[in-house]
Design a protein around this ligand. Sequence first.
Ligand SMILES: Nc1ncnc2c1ncn2[C@@H]1O[C@H](COP(=O)(O)OP(=O)(O)O)[C@@H](O)[C@H]1O
Ligand SMILES: [Mg+2]
Length: 283
Amino acid sequence: MPKVLLETKKLTFFYPGQAESSAPALKEINLQIEEGEYIALIGANGSGKTTLLKQLNALLRPTSGEVYVDGISTTDENNLPQIRSLCGMIFQNPDNQIVGATVEEDVAFGLENRAVPPPEIRRRVAAALELLGISHLAGFPPHLLSGGEKQKVALAGLLALSPRCLLLDEPTAMLDPAGQAVLIEAVQRLNRERGITVIHVTHFPEEVVLAGRVLLLENGSLLKEGPPSEILTDLPLLHRLGLRTTAAGELAYLLREDGFPLPAGILHNRELVKHLCLYAQKN
Ligand SMILES: Nc1ncnc2c1ncn2[C@@H]1O[C@H](COP(=O)(O)OP(=O)(O)O)[C@@H](O)[C@H]1O
Ligand SMILES: [Mg+2]
């Protein structure tokens, strides 16, 4: 039986100073996320994605309702250190996350803060670098790395803490396509091979299709959830919210609208090409 790792019950949140008469940043969100799931979290700017991620590792805590991480409520302050090591978060800008003078020091930072003995720190740092294929960068100054490499260093810093869950807030937004591909591949492998749960906020439909489940936020409410094949093919909904599907999904939708005989649910280039070639052969 898969275990529920993250749960929210009627999670509502107002930022301090936000008038209670105004709309909350998060409104009555009920969520259950099982250990090992790969979730894409999408929504327009300001819909509450970052706020929700911060609730899931107790950087922020509910105004009302509850958040549970591995059954532990974020409401009790005594639980916060434990929750934060279970669930690590990566932000959009890799430069804001660098603290060490070398990659090794940077990755060790979280462990040092937790007073882990030095030999254990060295072992864990080496293992995290190895896992992400960046052992050769250990002595390198992180500020000289590419954006993609910096994000891998940030990820290694989380992995050194043995998290059960990774919260990724638009981690590829500032990366070039090659850096983007390398980071996403690493995250997918951690999910597949180590069973680490991933909640990935992204505006890239090509990343959303990789998820097992998509959560769609609108104005702080959970508007819809389902597999990518369901969410990314609802073009009227996506367009209303100012969101996109994949290039193949967009094209297939327009072709179908104009009466071209294609099955519903195409999201990948390969699928679309296959159907167009079949059609060309028959006609
Ligand atoms: N520190 C803050 N103080 C007050 N309001 C905030 C703060 N951060 C975000 N908000 C508001 O909360 C809502 C959700 O923001 P956010 O979670 O950052 O959205 P997203 O990540 O989806 O773009 C927005 O209306 C935003 O203006
Ligand atoms: Mg955000």
